[in-house]
Design a protein around this ligand. Structure first.
Ligand code: AMP
Length: 190
């Protein structure tokens, strides 16, 4: 089983590359951002709670996020592997994920981090905001807050898996298929 974490700041191309990886390795794609948007779209209690954080560019509290993620993994046991996109975003989430997988005799194979500069991220997200319908992509100050939160709360997750010898940094600029090939190279090495 291959269990990947697709890592990187907002706008680094995680969702785009996840699609390529799903096709090539036949994995289940779990994006916590997509799960929250689904809940918000259906106006569920979870969606209502998440919305207040998402619209400010803040992280949804760990206990809410971890519970939602666990439900999704538990509901899909018969898969060839998972690709986690936008999760874990804190060290507490990473610890919870490792524990969850361990209970299923599974482990993270690799964390692949897409490296893209801040100004490029802002340009990409504002561009995406024109068509994504996402309020958090439309406002530059919210975008900059998401990048700030990534640096303070999420980058320690890279170090967490680096200590396990699993983290790799991949250049996230260039053509989409070129970036995909960079990712494949690291996965196929294993
Ligand atoms: P994304 O689609 O991954 O950019 O996520 C959109 C928003 O959902 C983020 O800015 C957070 O507010 C929230 N979110 C998504 N994943 C997580 C997570 N793992 N932990 C906390 N908040 C999250």
């Amino acid at each position: 089983m291959i269990n990947l974490i697709l890592f990187g700041p907002p706008g680094s191309g995680k969702g785009t590359q996840a699609k390529n990886l799903v096709r090539r390795y036949n994995l289940l794609h779990i994006s916590t951002g997509d799960l929250f948007r689904y809940e918000m779209g259906n106006d569920t209690p979870l969606g209502k709670k998440a919305k207040s954080y998402i619209e400010k560019g803040q992280l949804v509290p760990d206990e809410v996020t971890i519970g939602m993620l666990k439900n999704k993994v538990d509901a899909n046991p018969d898969v060839k592997g998972y690709i986690f996109d936008g999760f874990p975003r804190t060290v507490a989430q990473a610890e919870a994920l490792d524990k969850l997988l361990k209970g299923k005799k599974l482990t993270i194979t690799k964390l692949l981090s897409l490296d893209v500069g801040d100004e490029e991220l802002v340009v990409r997200l504002l561009e995406r905001g024109k068509t994504s319908g996402r309020a958090d992509d439309n406002d530059e100050s919210i975008i900059r807050n998401r990048i700030k939160v990534y640096k303070s709360e999420t980058t320690p997750v890279f170090d967490f898996y680096d200590e396990q010898g699993k983290s790799v940094m991949v250049k996230g600029v260039g053509l989409i298929p070129t970036i995909a090939r960079r990712l494949y190279k690291h996965i196929d090495k294993k």
